[in-house]
Write a protein that binds this ligand. Structure first.
Ligand code: SF4
Ligand code: SF4
Ligand code: SF4
Length: 349
């Protein structure tokens, strides 16, 4: 039975279905692990694909619901602490200078719609604004990506998975036409079809880009309560992570994959973080891992900012297994780095 808060969270957005549609005889979408079967008049769980009179409508390989804009490098994307633009790793193949890039641009491609239902979603415009967004043609985005000062393209949202045909086609065109460095990066929940995830990873691998998986929870019951996903969807996230991490050996100098976990108070504690860190370390302990301080948002406005002792406990839990652990959003607690926090010798207990 669906948790009451989950039903309420979906009912606020009448254009998206309450549950994953599995209508017998409906149109099948397998872009992500939900594998919706969309009956006539129904919409897929992500809200972007619909069955209109027996025909699937929505984004295609040449049109998508998106908002694209330039951001100056190094961007505020939470992979900049280890990526070529932020650090200069991979110079000269994947970045313009040994010190990273300070005046180049990142083309941020924000996709509307998402196949998860995180109660705390900090980007909820992806579903709030979805009914008002028109499809954008791929030609426009290719031409923006070809701007001579643009060196990376980052797909996020929402989540890119429901727009995989478009994003993969766009990546292919960018890499085909590129006169110079164009890194292809993804920030996603990671529950896409494995074959498409692999294709996306190959574009990142070739271009010097990175893939950030939001490893939001480890235990299926927490994932179900917080993110609105079934155990098989969570399992897909972790198996896709392994699949992408396996490609890292082809480009050892520049991290291809990283994990990221939002420290939601009372839900994502040091036990949860320790298990995620153990999972990553079993693949490769040098894989970068970010922990993010939570701030109240959407349906979890009654929670506090992650308390400092929880941050410290989670950091130590991750550091037990992993070599590269970073904590983001520390400004919410009045700190600029984890070093500053640790120098206070506060006990995390
Ligand atoms: S992308 Fe995922 S959520 Fe959206 S329709 Fe396809 S299977 Fe369903
Ligand atoms: S888009 Fe990729 S290369 Fe550019 S700043 Fe973000 S992680 Fe780094
Ligand atoms: S995966 Fe990201 S965009 Fe999607 S609901 Fe969760 S937090 Fe929001």
């Amino acid at each position: 039975m669906l948790h009451q808060s989950f039903r309420k969270s979906r009912a606020v957005f009448p254009h998206i279905p309450t549950i994953v549609p599995h209508t017998e005889g409906g149109l099948l979408c397998n872009l992500c692990a939900h594998e919706c079967q969309i009956g006539p008049g129904q919409t897929g769980f992500c809200g972007v694909r619909k069955n209109l009179n027996g025909k699937m409508v929505g984004p295609t390989a040449t049109q998508a619901f998106l908002h694209a804009y330039y951001d100056q490098n190094p961007t505020n994307c939470c992979a900049a602490w280890y990526c070529p633009a932020g650090t200069g790793c991979g110079y000269p193949s994947y970045v313009r200078t040994l010190a990273g890039e300070k005046s180049t641009l990142n083309l941020s491609v924000f996709f509307y719609g998402c196949n998860f239902n995180c109660l705390y979603c900090q980007n909820d415009s992806h579903k709030r604004d979805l009914p008002r967004i028109l499809l954008t043609s791929i030609d426009l985005i290719v031409s923006r990506a070809m701007d001579s000062n643009t060196t990376c393209v980052c797909y996020f949202g929402g989540s890119p998975e429901p727009h995989f045909p478009f994003a993969l086609n766009l990546s292919k065109q960018i890499l085909h036409h590129r006169p110079e460095i164009k890194r292809i990066c993804w920030e996603w929940n990671g529950a896409g079809h494995p074959a498409l995830v692999q294709q996306a990873a190959i574009y990142s691998l070739k271009s010097g880009g990175t893939i950030k998986f939001d490893l939001k929870a480890f235990h299926p019951s927490i994932a179900e309560a917080l993110l609105g996903i079934a155990p098989n969807v969570l399992q897909r996230v972790y198996s896709n992570f392994t699949l992408v991490a396996d490609l890292q050996k082809h480009r050892p100098a520049v991290p291809l994959v990283s994990g990221c976990t939002l420290l939601v108070p009372y839900y994502i504690d040091h036990i949860e973080v320790e298990q995620i860190a153990q999972f990553i370390a079993a693949i490769d302990p040098s894989i970068p891992y970010s922990l993010l301080v939570f701030h109240p948002s959407l349906f979890l406005r009654d929670l506090p900012i992650t308390p400092l002792p929880q941050v410290i406990r989670c950091f130590h839990a991750a550091k037990k297994y992993l070599q590269n652990v970073h904590v983001g959003n520390l400004h919410l607690l009045g700190f600029s780095s984890m070093q500053d926090v640790l120098s206070l010798n506060i006990d995390g207990k």
